[in-house]
Design a binder for this molecule. Structure first.
Ligand SMILES: Cc1cc2nc3c(=O)[nH]c(=O)nc-3n(C[C@H](O)[C@H](O)[C@H](O)COP(=O)(O)O)c2cc1C
Length: 251
């Protein structure tokens, strides 16, 4: 931390029926922002966001991450251009939803194997987003003035991807608490198909690009709330042989 005499104290003790405290509010109010003002966040603020990441817990305190900050407009523009190119290439090969019937049938005949091989990548959600990007309707990095790349050290114990997720969540919450907007950009993986970007960012064993988060001042055009599922939660609260009570979350 920057100031030595700064004391970090708890916000207070839980009391039944108390209003949401500032930390809970930040968690509940944060949204992914996909429209940013051109003006970048000050460096001092980006440094605080990085500090929030550094203080994340990690298995065995391995801290299996390193961060890369990109705020050069020139590099950002090149990343956007290249990511769009890769999307268009993938959509040319794999988009079984467009074109004439023969093309669709032909692509469908083998695309299911590609989907199995590229597990998680060709899920309908990213597929739909990729269609919009290929059609020039949505930019990959949403015009954000700053990207923070979260690079994972694969030598970490247990699950480095989990550690990185926590680290990134710390960053987006810290950013929101200071009035900045953020959006995770999993699609940055597209750039890893191009050796040029792996080389530029020095991504080679033991490192792997885990994810990226876009940061900036939110523009008024930012997205609204996205609904969440209400999950059923099992509560084990009696003896070892008793079945759990199943309660709807929020009840
Ligand atoms: C790991 C991860 C990757 C994501 N990748 C993208 C992305 O590439 N592009 C994008 O626009 N949103 C991306 N998102 C944002 C999600 O779409 C968003 O978090 C989700 O729709 C919930 O909305 P909310 O963040 O506003 O609550 C990503 C989120 C996470 C956690």
């Amino acid at each position: 931390m920057s100031s030595k005499d700064e004391t970090l104290s708890p916000l207070g003790k839980y009391k039944e029926g108390m209003p949401w405290n500032p930390v809970e509010k930040v968690i509940l109010e944060r949204r992914s922002i996909r429209a940013f003002k051109k003006e970048p966040l000050p460096d001092s603020m980006i440094k605080r966001i990085l500090e929030a990441g550094r203080y994340a817990p990690s298995a065995g305190n391995m801290q299996p991450w390193k961060f890369i900050v990109v705020n050069s407009p020139e590099i950002l523009a090149e990343m956007e251009k290249d990511a769009q190119k890769v999307v268009r290439f993938f959509m040319f090969l794999l988009d079984y939803t467009r074109g004439n019937i023969l093309r669709r049938l032909y692509i469908l005949s083998w695309v299911k194997w590609v989907i199995r091989l590229m597990k998680n990548k060709l899920h309908p959600v990213p597929f739909c987003l990729m269609t919009q990007i290929a059609q020039g309707k949505t930019p990959v990095f949403h015009g954000a003035p700053t990207l923070i790349l979260l690079v994972e050290d694969r030598r970490g114990v247990a699950s480095p991807p989990t550690d990185i997720g926590i680290c990134g969540q710390n960053m987006v919450l810290a950013a929101h608490s200071m009035g900045a907007g953020s959006c995770w950009i999993g699609l940055i993986q597209l750039l890893m198909y191009l050796p040029k970007w792996r080389k530029k960012f020095g991504i080679k064993y033991p490192y792997r690009l885990n994810d990226c988060i876009a940061f900036g001042w939110p523009s008024p055009k930012a997205d609204g709330i996205v609904p969440r599922e209400v999950q059923l939660v099992q509560w084990y609260e009696r003896g070892t042989n008793d079945a759990p009570r199943v309660k709807k979350q929020g009840e």
